[in-house]
Ligand binder design. Structure first.
Ligand SMILES: [Zn+2]
Length: 81
């Protein structure tokens, strides 16, 4: 699924590299299964080009979870980029 979009680039203290460097911030439409129904929501994640991997700062994670408005963690993240 190719629905992620670049929001901005910032210098951020990267947890993979353990130093500050340029990080890309993306948002994408995620899907989760809630009570048997597929619910779409927008989630924000940070991307480290050095490690070719993504992470979600805890502050952003809270926002993502709030926007889902569900109270369990049975979220299947769509990881294909
Ligand atoms: Zn990094």
């Amino acid at each position: 699924m190719d629905n992620h979009k670049l929001l901005q680039e910032i210098i951020y203290d990267c947890p993979f590299c353990d130093k500050e460097h340029n990080i890309k911030i993306f948002s994408r439409n995620g899907k989760s299964l809630v009570k048997g129904e597929t619910v779409e929501y927008e989630e924000t994640y940070y991307y480290c080009p050095n490690e070719d991997d993504e992470f979600v700062p805890s502050k952003i994670m809270d926002d993502n979870i709030k926007s889902e408005s569900i109270d369990d963690y049975s979220v299947s993240y769509n990881t294909d980029i």
